[in-house]
Design a binder for this molecule. Structure first.
Ligand SMILES: [Zn+2]
Ligand SMILES: [Zn+2]
Length: 261
């Protein structure tokens, strides 16, 4: 049973210590969006050839930060987070009602093709918006993965997913999870933190930004454990970034090396 490892964090000092150790529910919140906004601005100034897409990335992060603050303590987030398995809930209509400002932002700041799609979506009614968001939320996302709709649903719903997970204080104590133990999406990146003489790796969900521990010498794509087939690439000028590749399934994941726990 996939969700058997999900547990809720109890209140109290002892349990808080446990949650720090399991790393499964680090708070992301506004700081993560702020980090993304600054990073996009910094890179846009440095790489002028990519500045249009980087400014758009910054505009998305700004929208997400505001949206997160708006819904963080809302009734809908409180109710959904109180559910035993919040990610198995139906998509709430209230979210579809808040979709238009996101479409307007993409119409203003997006690159050509997305701007066009945003305009087409804006011409649709609330029921169609609900259907698009539900298709993404109520499946693991793969049903709409190849379509442009995936971008709209994912980017718009991400602050909602983070708010629900953070408020629900979900914990993962089950076996190694190859996809996010909470929302079942693929990891988007890895994090390495110093631990004793070595380092401990965790994965970060590409959607709800949950972080969970994952063995270092295992491919998150296919489970390959042979170190020879798992090359790691680093670049001199980007010491804190590693690209962890897998020769078996030809996938890779970018991992950030943190200097503090
Ligand atoms: Zn997730
Ligand atoms: Zn692999």
């Amino acid at each position: 049973m996939i969700c058997s490892g999900i547990a809720r964090e109890e209140t109290g000092a002892d349990n808080r210590a446990m949650s720090d150790r399991t790393l499964s529910n680090r708070t992301v919140g506004s700081n993560e969006w702020q980090r993304r906004i600054h990073r996009a601005e910094e890179l846009a100034a440095r790489y002028t050839s990519a500045s249009e897409i980087l400014r758009f990335y910054g505009a998305i992060a700004r929208f997400q930060e505001k949206f997160y603050r708006d819904i963080e303590g809302s009734r809908v987030v409180r109710e959904v987070a109180a559910d035993t398995n919040p990610f198995a809930r139906r998509m709430e209509r209230e979210l579809a009602r808040k979709f238009r400002p996101f479409l307007s932002m993409v119409e203003r700041s997006g690159p050509g093709k997305l701007r066009e799609t945003a305009r087409e979506l804006a011409a649709q009614d609330e029921d169609s918006h609900l259907e698009l968001l539900a298709d993404f939320w109520e499946t693991d996302g793969s049903a709409v993965a190849a379509e442009t709709g995936d971008f709209f649903a994912r980017a718009f719903l991400q602050p909602y997913a983070v708010a629900v997970r953070t408020r629900a204080k979900l914990q993962w104590k089950g076996p190694t999870a190859f996809v996010c133990p909470f929302c079942k999406r693929k990891p988007g990146m890895g994090v390495l933190r110093p631990l004793g003489e070595g380092a401990q790796r965790s994965l970060v969900c590409s959607f709800c930004l949950a972080e969970w521990e994952f063995r270092r010498i295992v491919c998150p794509g296919c489970g390959e454990e042979d170190p020879v087939k798992l090359p790691v690439y680093t670049a001199e000028e980007l010491q804190h970034v590693r690209v962890e590749a897998c020769d078996s399934c030809k996938s890779y994941i970018k991992t950030d090396r943190k200097s503090v726990v």
